[in-house]
Design a protein around this ligand. Sequence first.
Ligand code: BES
Ligand code: ZN
Length: 911
Amino acid sequence: MENNNGYEQFKGQSRLPKFAIPKRYDLKLKPDLIACTFTGTVEINLEIFSDTKFLVLNASQLEFDHSSIYFTNPNTKEYRKLDVNLLEEDEILVLGFDEDLPIGEGSLYIGFKGILNDQMKGFYRSTYEHNGEKKNMAVTQFEPADARRCFPCWDEPAFKATFKITLDVPEDLMALSNMPIIEDHSDGNLKTVSFQESPIMSTYLVAVVVGLFDYVEDHTPDGIKVRVYCQVGKGNQGKFALDVAVKTLGLYREYFDTPYSLPKLDMVAIPDFAAGAMENYGLVTYRETALLYDDQHSAAANKQRVAVVVAHELAHQWFGNLVTMEWWTHLWLNEGFATWVSYLAADILFPEWNIWTQFLDETTGGLTLDGLTESHPIEVEIQHANEIDEIFDAISYEKGASVIRMLQSFLGPECFQRSLASYIKLYACSNAKTEDLWAVLERESGEPVNKLMYSWTKQQGYPVISVNVRGNKLEFEQSQFMLSGVHGNGQWIVPISLCCGSYDVRKNFLLQTKSDAVDIMEFLGASNAANNTVEKGNHQKWIKLNVDQAGFYRVKYDEELAARLRYAIEANHLSATDRFGNVTVQFDLKASVMNRKLTVILIFSGILDDSFALSMGCKQSLSSLFILMSAYKTEHEYTVLSNLITVSRKVAKIAADASPDLLDFIKQFFINLFQYSAERLGWEPHKNESHLDAMLRGEVLTALALFGDDNTQSEAIERFRSFLNDRNTPLLPPDTRKAAYVAVMQSASKSNRWGYESLLRIYRETDLSQEKTRVLSSLTSCPDADIVLEALNFLLSSEVRSQDAVYGLGVSREGREIAWRWLKDKWDHILKTFGSGYLLTDFVSTVVSPFSSKDKAAEVEEFFASRANPSIARTLKQSLERVHINANWVKSVQEEKQLAEVVKVLANKKG
Ligand code: BES
Ligand code: ZN
């Protein structure tokens, strides 16, 4: 190796050189919670593979005491003469010695110090109140590449090593890390806490928490100690997550056929936390909203969130922590998989939630982002650490989870599980790439998994499958779906499922070419065909592609097929509740076969969602979308209605931009559309009602409040008044609170500040994070621009933690312009405060994306032209593309001749 030409050779590289590899870290940290600094030492046992004068590892924002740095080898020779170069741009520390280091084992010693920052990454400070006093705690968040901000290390997922951690902390605080404490030694005001050495793991999973907590504790049947740590006095709120965790550990043990690999699992609620949760090995950290559940004041949606997040993070203990991605290009393996499997777990723990129906939100999220030109392939090149943050996005998570589900559906649940268990065993304590997983699946299934999946993970985008009926032939054609209308030439191997006339008549095949046709008679087999001839004159023989929405594609039916589907929905021929109301949903862990009810729900939601996307992409009229929507009036299913609500809100905004004079009719149409559900659900929980009805109630009432339904508004205000007098009033349970808050904000204004002030009072008086976020997400729904501005400024005040500002950014249509002006005005401050990651990028995407004119896009572009910044680059491009898509959509809606008439008819059609 030629390395005598100085340390410059290591600049600008995307990966660390591999001539020295860490085996074990002995890490000592001493945080000072008053000064918000820390000092530390690390001894790293290395293996040196080739002659080198250099050791190159990661470090950033640390200071080094040069005299403390030296290398020794087992012959106890010390190498102290060295050059210390911290290259901040590359976040590397290059140690140049004056002679070659010997090949073989050796140890590197480094002393360092740093700052407990307020950026929620690296080793940082979070704050809490105890006995009325504000206090600091010290917390780590290392994923993706911030361990280097806490101690010098080989900070890449493939450099796995063992960790022996020791902490010096104030005597009265608790210290937690990945492993159990082995010794706790007190010395006056300080104590030294030593933890057991960990099994080999990646640096991004190392964690430390120092603070004051209460905890609740349980054990798994195989003796793993599980604890949930909360703020002092909130212990009860940890019980739900604890129960979920204990059960989930058992379930994954069975699913992966591999035990949880550490002796304990701690889960901690951190008051300041950038992500939702982080899967640190054995010490999972969470936002309070994602871990704590309060019987009295948490909503059903909060409960579901806690369960899903816990299930997601615990999945990583196997998929991610035990088997780790080789490089960030394979991040999606971690995140896509954990996202998918969290549904599997939640479904087994809470079968009554029917959670797979909500998986559709994942797929839709993936399809929406991936319909942009500015999307990226699932497997994405990473050149620099600062590019990693931006790929924690809907592609890695939602498209990732969706293609995994598509593959599982293609291979079958049993084969899929068996293969995953072998994959976990094969790569345990090691690293894997995407193709390693495909190889195992291919071996176990005998199917061409690599070839099939290649088209989904290496290529951005997805197809829309156009399907036409001609006689007894069904013709299929795939083309890349792009919201902007730009022509893409992607091609995929598409697992197609379809059913015809009944969900029992179902077929699967692979579409491997651009187009294909099948004879429906041959296809369905002679016996079925007799009953299901496509053209039997009977217009109820509907045909649905992508049966359980397991495919990551959209479907465009020809007029004839679309009309048959609409008819079937309206005539309740497919109705889930009418025909299968009493079918209980049961998923066997080993065979999660879709049952009929689920299939029907997914059919309904899928049709709606495809139709919405086709309309947004100007490939289908808004009128036909409206007509389709009106077919869902008496729908009962949560997912279908929730999706209908989302669609209605987006469509109302676009239609308002396209023809403002139609807005009132559109609102009336939507008020009519949700009337049936509002009456069915009411404002208070019914005895023994389902979890899904509980969630739905809030969403339906919120929508009606936003569309200006008088009854909802007045009922909401009355109930809100009772709530102000008594926070435990049964008149406003947690599930309906957000609806009431939004309703109250609809009439707030500069001259009528009551609603706004009252909500701030609720915000200030509660100590439950979920209540705080409910308030924040309601304030800016106000149609009064002055109030919106005031609320936006409140988000940046010291009363709102940096982690929570994002909840308030989704402003009313009337507040859109003021929000943009505010963003420009505060940009420097925002950039400084929110650093990088989604806490920052959400400001751009949420404020910019709702616009719908090319002029606005140009204005935004101009503003950011002089403010180029790599951590928002991708988001900015995506947001601008969305504005252009909206602008095209507005234009195409304006050209729809029959829209006004359709809208007016629908608005007048009551009941
Ligand atoms: N590994 C992530 C946390 C993370 C996200 C670290 C972004 C660094 C950057 C964790 O497993 C995760 O995915 N958390 C999700 C919650 C989950 C239920 C989707 C989150 O934080 O939102
Ligand atoms: Zn994750």
